[in-house]
Design a protein. Structure first.
Lengths: 318, 318
């Protein structure tokens, strides 16, 4: 018997929240193929045991769907970060997300932001004139990574040839592969004074909101670099602007912002030591490919009754 | 007996050709320390057996110095690329340069330029507005490196975690450490059609001037990326602008240009797929440190009659 998987929305639209071919549904078609590849069959929601949820936005439509279709026991979400779906996680269903799936491209983006910050790339890119700048090298620097998931692990692998001293801070006590030191998040303040490059790469939860704010900027050595590839809510934006303007922070590279999208005219757009990329660390093709790989694997595991990948910890919220 | 080393200029000025503390001479003082560290003593040029040459500019002052002081048997030059000093290499003295010394920071800069090109960083940096761009990843790409020296070797080490297919092209047939394939430079045209990222990292000689020009751009696949961290003269600038404007070239990252400095108003300043950094891949502190390390080591070897590091091949011109 094939496992019965519903895909929401049932009509074909692109569902990862990016403005692409909405209405044509190339992603939904690929997800359907992935379900079949994993040994499942795509059925109407009314007959589904498992559900692949592709609708962007808030959790209410999902809650309504689960109310209407009580046979659904497992929900696969398409994002790595699922902070908006907290209300769903009190439900009895099993929830999985895409955490870890997109880590390779996000860590690559993080490395680029680190190098761009150290080497003053914004000034180079914005100045149409010869501008000799003494660069700073990443070689041998102390890098602190907030997070111990896929992005942290992949970033540490990319940093390996640079001979950095890497400290990883995470909730669990399991050592992060490749890190020189793994510490609990509560050690943040003791680590900041010796941190030259601070990378935010963890899940957004009530505990980690504004994990980097005025007190943390004050503890960093002057000229330190901040890179955020997680969620804008991790960083107190007002404190960030102040830290850049006082020179406390040497540079910031942000793929995520709060508010997001960052509105036109926001101070972060005009600072020449701030580089903002528009939440585009991973390509849409890569996201689709990795998401479909996870879906196929989880459908297979669901059919065999095996533990699923990317299981959301309801208590932790990610 | 200590080996007798002269340092030119004999008066204290900074000599690596960068506008720093000229007249104060912090570099000259450090070089003098390095000579002593290597077991030598700093003497007037009239008494010198070896000469550390720190004067920027052309070779004529050096030729005059060698004419005036025939006891000088060895000359240490402070640059990695010594293409302007060709006329000196017909002299009977032994010449060494800093080739290989600055490779770590230059290769780091090259990696940043590659990532910045693939991820459209110039547009991000110049657009003060949310601009979702589908990035290209470096992961698994085919990278062709022109050159088999220190920069190539160090860059290959940095590329290792990205799983790239690396082809190195060099004059000699000795395999470049870490490259998947090492080929002679004459294979360039056969390699270009499958090259996604082309990195120029070799010495400038009459043979390698304009090694990348219109015929080479025509052979690259559409959207390929060019990075030059060697010398501006390796690339035909007019052909480069044309390749960018036709879209044949996806992006270019240039730490060196021809002419250099790139004059204000030059087309390369205004293209949003071209990133120019102002010949600043390595920091002045790093250059001073690495140069002094080479000088100390070569003074030691000179005293022992051992083969020197960074020996200039007079025939090859580097």
């Amino acid at each position: 018997m094939k496992v019965k998987i519903g895909i929401a929305p049932e009509k074909a639209i692109d569902g990862v929240g990016r403005p692409t071919d909405v209405g044509v549904g190339p992603l939904r078609a690929r997800v359907a193929e992935a379900v079949v590849r994993g040994g499942g069959e795509v059925v109407p929601l009314a007959e589904a045991e498992g559900l692949v949820w592709l609708l962007p936005g808030g959790p209410q439509p999902l809650l309504d769907t689960l109310d209407a279709h009580p046979d659904i026991r497992w929900v696969q979400l398409p994002w790595a970060g699922v902070e908006h779906f907290g209300p769903a996680f009190t439900r009895p269903q099993t929830f999985t997300c895409a955490k870890g799936s997109f880590a390779k491209q996000v860590s690559e983006h993080a490395l680029m932001l680190i190098l761009a910050c150290l080497r003053d790339l914004v000034r180079h890119a914005r100045t149409p004139s010869w501008l000799p700048i003494d660069p700073r090298s990443l070689g041998g620097r102390s890098v602190t990574i907030l997070g111990g998931g896929g992005i942290a692990t992949e970033l540490i692998a990319l940093l390996q040839p640079f001979g950095c001293r890497v400290t990883a801070l995470r909730r669990s006590s399991t050592p992060v592969p490749g890190a020189d030191v793994t510490l609990p998040l509560s050690s943040l303040h003791s680590v900041l004074p010796s941190t030259e490059v601070l990378v935010v790469a963890l899940a957004l939860t009530p505990e980690t909101r504004h994990v980097v704010g005025a007190p943390e900027f004050a503890l960093l050595p002057e000229g330190a670099v901040l890179v955020n590839v997680a969620r804008g809510g991790h960083v107190d934006t007002e404190a960030l602007v102040a830290a850049v303007d006082t020179g406390r922070l040497g540079a910031a590279g942000l793929d995520v912002t709060s508010p997001e999208p960052l509105p036109d005219g926001h101070p972060l757009w005009s600072r020449d030591r701030v580089l903002v990329t528009s939440h585009c660390a991973d390509s849409s093709e890569y996201v689709a490919e990795m998401l479909c790989a996870r879906i196929a694997e989880n459908v297979r595991r669901f059919g065999l009754g095996k533990p699923l990948e990317g299981l959301v910890d309801a208590g932790a919220g990610y």
